[in-house]
Design a protein around this ligand. Structure first.
Ligand code: HEM
Ligand code: HEM
Length: 196
């Protein structure tokens, strides 16, 4: 609640409470950055020969970042529900076809954000390997089973790259936003360094 007893100058100094939509937006970009590391690192480490000394470190880092995305996803779903609850109270027009397509694509992205790290966890545990979050060993969710480990490996591979395909589709869908952001960044760069 607004503190009416404080002078204006002090009230301005208080940090503003971020809305659910703003938090959702910043989680969106943090997760996008972590996914970039997972895709680049994942495809690089999977091709490394077994003798390479830093291979284990890369696998550990990949698993930790993958688990981190699961935590971020939980926070994201929480803020999404908060945002949707607020929207529900306001009267909204019925969604048109474009809106339905966007909702379907976003739902698919959420599905992959959940299933891809779960498949990685399944692969590791069924291969009789632990999953750790930056050194903290996490519980085993799946029993060791070498026959299923091969299925898990294939599952993680195909789900990861299908996820990537939908990310590309989403980026294309948002190309207007991407173009405007690039234009703004170019203008800011020009103003700061070339034409001050
Ligand atoms: C890297 C993986 C990415 C994933 C998993 C992802 C996922 C999502 C999801 C699920 C939404 C719906 C809002 C939400 O629940 O957060 C969304 C919104 C959005 N994303 Fe992404 N995104 C990714 C990358 C990108 C990239 C690279 C761009 C740049 C073009 C982008 C631009 C946007 C925009 C502009 C929205 C808002 C759309 C709207 O509200 O109409 N996203 N994204
Ligand atoms: C959203 C999160 C994740 C993404 C996007 C992702 C993506 C990838 C990609 C692209 C590869 C390379 C596949 C290949 O080219 O063969 C890979 C490999 C791998 N990932 Fe993930 N991953 C994620 C989460 C996880 C998690 C949580 C774990 C384990 C707990 C994990 C375990 C592994 C392992 C062990 C490999 C190596 C597979 C091999 O040796 O062939 N990943 N991942």
């Amino acid at each position: 609640m607004e503190n009416l007893t404080q002078p204006d100058s002090q009230r301005e100094k208080q940090p503003r409470q971020k809305t659910a939509a703003q938090r959702l937006w910043s989680i969106h970009w943090w997760m996008a950055a972590v996914y970039l590391l997972l895709f680049v690192g994942g495809s690089f480490m999977a091709d490394l020969p077994k003798e390479v000394t830093y291979r284990g470190t890369l696998y550990g880092l990949h698993k930790s970042l993958g688990v981190l995305t699961m935590g971020l996803l939980t926070a994201r779903i929480f803020y999404l529900l908060l945002k949707l609850r607020k929207k529900k109270t306001a009267k909204r027009p019925l969604p048109n076809w474009e809106k339905i397509q966007a909702i379907a694509l976003h739902t698919l992205l959420y599905f992959f954000m959940l299933i891809v790290p779960v498949s990685g966890w399944f692969f590791s545990n069924s291969f009789d390997k632990d999953v750790a979050l930056f050194g903290l060993t996490l519980p085993r969710l799946f029993p060791p089973n070498k026959a299923l480990a091969e299925v898990g490996k294939n599952l993680h591979f195909w789900l990861s790259y299908s996820f990537l395909a939908f990310i590309v589709l989403h980026t294309l869908d948002q190309r207007k936003f991407l173009r405007a952001t690039l234009r703004r960044s170019r203008q800011a760069f020009q103003k700061r360094f070339i034409d001050p």
